[in-house]
Design a protein around this ligand. Structure first.
Ligand code: DAH
Length: 333
């Protein structure tokens, strides 16, 4: 074979071996076979150079350099190619810095409600749920709120213009979680000890302490001899468990159609007081309406705003913060 042909054959064989190498190990094997310092086939070409006549040497030398350069370049290209991620990731620069992962977290109100369930759960209350879309029976009638009561004014409630309940009456977004008391009593026999936490809706003018949607925790305890003292103790224990020992709870005589006697409940806040909700002994007519005998069972009920507890605990001065979805606010909890 002509020496120059030997150079070409070496190149062709080396390029073919590299092209067929499917992984880094076979590329390395090809490198050793062709370019290896000790016994690579490149030595044969070097021998040819050594034997070349002085006329041949410049041509052979140039050819040798070209061939070695091309094979070395092909080797490096193949090594790079195999180090790259597979087809699905081509066009993707793996050396770019990653995007920092922003950890989400539970909404402060969800955290508050979870903590409420925990505290009140330790006092023996289990969690009940009710629908946010209600009929007038559960939102008013069964709670002893008569048709001419101002709370039923359509302007004080979110009635749905078109929908009607299966029973045929109008449907509204519930204005209080007291609805769940009725739903639970309708299908459960005493004793009962439940809470229900969720959204309520009122067309109030929105300001720092009022919203058209907020959350309440309703409580209901029914047994043979439930007393007002137990109600007050339950609420005090609950409030101090959530807010700490320095909170003072105050009860003011009040009126609700579904409790007798009724109280409004305030908590100390700074120099003053903030109303947190209402409570009382379940009215005998409410018990009767769900088929209980008021001579056999008594009960207490309470309902208060969840936002206000969270606001006091965290020093939040505007209830609107909870629904603005501002990450700078939310990420603090
Ligand atoms: N449902 C009342 C409201 O939203 C609060 C309330 C008062 C709940 C007295 C009760 C209760 O369970 O006994 O204003």
């Amino acid at each position: 074979m002509e020496p120059l042909q030997q150079f070409e054959q070496f190149e062709a064989a080396a390029l073919a071996a590299l092209a067929n190498a499917k992984d880094a190990a076979s590329v390395e094997a090809a490198r050793v076979e062709f370019l290896g310092k000790k016994s690579g086939r490149i030595k044969e070409l070097q021998d040819l150079l050594g034997k070349a006549t002085s006329e041949q040497r410049p041509t052979f030398g140039a050819k040798f350099n070209e061939v070695r350069q091309r094979v070395t370049a092909a080797l490096e290209a193949r090594q790079l190619e195999l180090a790259k991620p597979k087809a699905s990731l081509t066009g993707f620069d793996i050396s770019l810095p990653g995007e920092p992962v922003r950890l989400g977290r539970r909404h402060p109100l969800t955290q508050t409600m979870d903590e409420f369930k925990n505290i009140i759960g330790r006092m023996g209350f289990t969690v009940a749920n009710g629908p946010e879309l209600e009929d007038e029976h559960h939102n008013f009638e069964a709670l002893n709120i008569p048709l001419d009561h101002p709370a039923r004014d359509p302007l004080e409630n979110f009635y749905l213009a078109t929908a009607t309940a299966t029973a045929g009456g109008p449907v509204l977004l519930r204005s209080q979680t007291s609805t769940v008391q009725i739903r639970v009593m309708e299908k459960t026999k005493p004793p009962i000890r439940i809470v229900s936490l969720g959204r309520v809706y009122r067309p109030d003018t929105i300001d720092a302490t009022h919203s058209c949607m907020f959350h309440q925790m309703e409580g209901l305890m029914i047994d043979t001899s439930v007393t007002m003292a137990q109600l007050k103790t339950t609420l005090r224990l609950f409030a101090t468990a959530y807010l700490g020992r320095d909170v003072t709870i105050r009860f003011r005589p009040s009126f609700f159609p579904f409790t007798e006697p009724s109280v409004e409940v305030d908590m100390s806040w700074g120099q003053g007081w903030m109303e947190i909700g209402g409570a009382g002994m379940v009215d005998p007519s409410v018990l009767r309406a769900v088929g209980y005998d008021p001579d056999e069972v008594t009960g207490f009920a309470f309902g208060f705003g969840i936002e206000r507890f969270a606001m006091r605990r965290y020093g939040i001065t505007d209830i609107r913060r909870f629904t603005e979805n501002d990450v700078r606010f939310l990420s603090q909890f």
